[in-house]
Design a protein around this ligand. Sequence first.
Ligand code: BGP
Length: 488
Amino acid sequence: MKYYHTNTNFLWGVATAANQVEGGWNEDGKGMSIADCLRYRPQIDIRDYKSVNSMDSEEIKRALRDNSTKGWAKRHGVDFYHNYREDIRQLAETGINTYRFSIAWSRIFPNGDDSKPNKAGLDYYLNLVKELAKYDIEPVVTLSHYEMPLNLVLNYDAWYDRKLISFFEKFADTVIDYLHEYVKYWIPINEIDSIIRHPFSSAGLVEDRFQNKNFSNVIYQSMHHQFVAAARVVQYCHNNYPNMKVGCMVTRTMVYPYNSDPQNVLQASKVMRDVYAFSDIQVRGKYPNFLLKQLEEKNIRLKMESTDEEDLKKGSADFVAFSYYSSVCTAYDVTGLKVTKANRTMGVYNKYLPESDWGWQIDPIGLRLSLIDLYDRYQKPLFIVENGLGAVDELASDGSVHDDYRIDYLSKHIKQMLISLTQDGIELMGYCIWGTTDMISASSNQISKRYGLIYVDLDDEGNGSYKRYKKDSFYWYKKLLSFGSEIP
Ligand code: BGP
């Protein structure tokens, strides 16, 4: 089957996040972020997403006392901060025309509540987008990708404090103004639904700081503040830079029932609705009734200001961006059923699908189903901003990395995407492979869970030369992006 570039302005790219690649954790005025408190903890079962990504106050104090990078993987990342020109030059060789990255909030406002921005931080990102412009690569910028200034945790209640809305607005508006000549596509908050999965690493919520409150209440109230903040960014762009497009961004998994037992089908439908709630609010501009009902049943009363409803309505996203890695299978009663070792959902094992080294079940058709579902629900342009395979890669003595399993994963997902584009009547802006160079995994703080098209010589303890080596998947993507090539 021959596949070409779908059309001239289709965005073929790669994606990453500041806290997972940059390093330079305390350089040029950058303040400490929540990501700088996360350690690789081999003793913890990485399937337990929450414990890997949650911190208690004692652990944060320990992080504050330790100025080293040893064991603090996200403090060194893969040193993209100093290598960005060479990394971008190499990635440009593949023929990509878009590159998604995030801005480390604490590089711009070191404490989050500073009166003035850190110019060195602003200039770093201005130089980055200028480097991309050299190769005609379109930036897609995520403003918040798990990089909140730690001070907002220590001296405020993180996103639970409504002041975070104005702090985030100030950060967003400052960056948008500074980069507006180079950046057209913006994503305010990465996987805004991840606050439910890992409230600390995504929203700075430390459970033991809310002793006298129902933590579930805290999470949902913080979620509301993030929705209002994201909606304000949409309005800022629309009011000041009409050519800009602002997308919402959610974690997308297809949820299948374990079998055709209506009880299991109903369970899958309920879990799927929870997936939709976050994009519903940001696209439709209001809370869906089913979520309001759920909050009522949980006795969670959100505190809203009179302007919030208007903000959400005016802040409807221009496009729906999402990450897609795997589908999940669910059952009304999982007793006796085999569960996956995945750390994202702990779903029931789907015997029809293979699984990755980390137990994420590999389902290319699930990507097509997601495209159909999301487009039919919102009738807005879609954007796959993350799709990739975290795997154990081996660096051969000759510097090659034969990651045919990643090529297999990517080619099957891209094939389903292109079939959907040609047969399902969807609107799709682009596709970004998650993984530029290898990076530090969000959920396990490991580099050994490798995603990159370029291998980085580094291990989970931070030992290595940081040298880069192109994997077979790098050359494969280059071949794919050259016009007229069949998907190999
Ligand atoms: C998404 C995040 C990314 C990335 C990806 C892969 O949730 O937006 O930051 O990390 O997941 O997951 P992981 O790194 O946990 O393997």
